[in-house]
Ligand binder design. Structure first.
Ligand SMILES: Cc1ncc(COP(=O)(O)O)c(C=O)c1O
Length: 401
């Protein structure tokens, strides 16, 4: 019942609603005040949005097939779109999923939700990289999972630490990992560790959930084998078109062992039932016309140039005692400031100086990351990147030893 005195409905909320703690994510999605240069969100640069090609494709779909493109679809996705996605996996990752091994999703975040809905009961353990993607941590909290972090270094997840934890009795339902240009650190799991990780998980019967949101955004165009291509028997891969196409079309895929995919498809019946048909057909038509092959190299070059501008600015302006990761693709670098600087505490000063970032703490599970922060260089124009870094460096310098 509504508390009519206060208009308060909080007694009606589910227990898991208290676990969300999404202030940081809300701040990212809300954007920064005017005059503040935002290095917050993992937002693709609008210059990469393929408006011209989409204009033509969209008009054609609406004219020629409104009965399909604007209709509900099968939960697993439109057959021709599934075929296209299978072709693409084969072309880019060297393995073609069989039909029951693939579903179309409404983006990467939905893939994470489906993995949770189909595999996680309250109190189950999920193992993650520490730090990891905020959206995933929130989804895991939302299903009341116990989340355990495994430390990373410059080569990605420390597989030997995972091995020790498993030997000590950790029994995860799955391991969630972002092997390329990780969110938030920008780091990439090396080939040797990929092999060691899938070997370990296969031996121990641990399912790996691989999130490849940034995989196609290598600055030099080279990519390591995906975990799914190395071990399709123990890996579910979650992909998205948000970073290489546009997040305004919510579209992605999940490929993996057929029983797991079948459960995820069943869970999708309880979320949105099917990914939007219009978005599915847009991506298929765009891809079949060869646009990804033309556009992705330009997209990579843009982000490579943004990273170089950011790196130059960091080298020029940051005071001694600051370190940062050196991404070889994607949107992010991870800054470590001198130990006594708390990146949540200095945020008002940074905002006043006209720059915004995401503080390190919420990407971890415990009290780590207080002197760390994520800097996203995807969305600002290059001259603004230099100004943003200079502004932040000014705030850091005032507090440096
Ligand atoms: C690692 C990672 N996974 C998934 C997503 C969500 O992708 P989507 O827009 O497809 O839901 C993001 C977006 O920032 C991300 O960084």
């Amino acid at each position: 019942m509504l508390d009519t005195q206060t208009g308060n409905w909080s007694h009606a909320f589910a227990r898991r609603a208290r676990n969300r703690g999404g202030d940081e994510l809300n701040a990212i999605l809300a954007g920064s005040p005017p005059g503040v240069l935002s290095m917050m969100g993992g937002f693709p640069n609008p210059r990469t949005f393929p408006t011209d090609a989409l204009d033509e494709i969209l008009m054609r779909l609406l004219r020629d097939e409104p009965g399909a493109a604007l209709q509900y679809t099968a939960c697993e996705g439109i057959p021709s779109v599934r075929e296209y996605l299978s072709d693409r996996q084969e072309q880019l990752q060297g393995r073609r999923p069989e039909s029951p091994e693939l579903i179309v999703t409404s983006g990467g975040m939905e893939g994470i939700t489906l993995a949770c809905q189909s595999m996680i009961d309250a109190g189950d353990t999920i193992v993650v990289e520490a730090p990891t993607y905020l959206g995933a941590l929130m989804a895991f909290a939302g299903v009341e999972a116990d989340v355990e972090g495994i430390p990373m270094d410059a080569d990605g997840l420390q597989v030997e630490v995972l091995e020790q934890r498993l030997a000590a009795g950790t029994r995860p339902k799955f391991l969630y990992v972002i092997p390329e240009y990780q969110n938030p650190t920008g780091r990439t799991l090396t080939l040797a560790r990929r092999q060691a990780l899938v070997d370990l998980c296969r031996r121990k019967g641990v399912l790996v959930v691989e999130d490849v949101a940034y995989r196609e955004l290598a600055y030099d165009g080279t990519t390591l084998p995906s975990l799914w291509s190395l071990a399709p028997d123990v890996v579910v891969q979650l992909g998205t078109f948000s970073k290489i196409f546009c997040p305004g079309v919510r579209l992605g895929w999940a490929v993996g062992p057929r029983e797991v995919i079948a459960e995820m498809a069943a869970a999708k019946q309880n979320t949105d039932q099917c990914a939007g048909a219009l978005g599915q057909r847009l991506v298929e038509e765009y891809g079949r016309a060869g646009h990804f092959e033309r556009q992705i190299p330009a997209t990579r070059a843009l982000y490579a140039s943004h990273w170089r501008a950011t790196e130059r600015a960091l080298e020029r302006h940051m005071p001694p005692g600051c370190r940062w990761s050196e991404p070889t693709g994607g949107f992010f670098t991870w800054l470590t400031l001198p130990e006594q600087i708390d990146t949540i505490e200095i945020r008002p000063a940074a905002t006043a100086a006209g720059v915004a970032y995401v503080a390190g703490l919420p990407f971890y599970l415990g009290d780590q990351g207080r002197n760390e922060l994520r800097m996203s260089f995807s969305n600002l124009a290059e001259p603004d990147l230099e100004v943003a870094v200079e502004r932040l460096a000014g705030v850091v310098r005032e507090r440096s030893p």
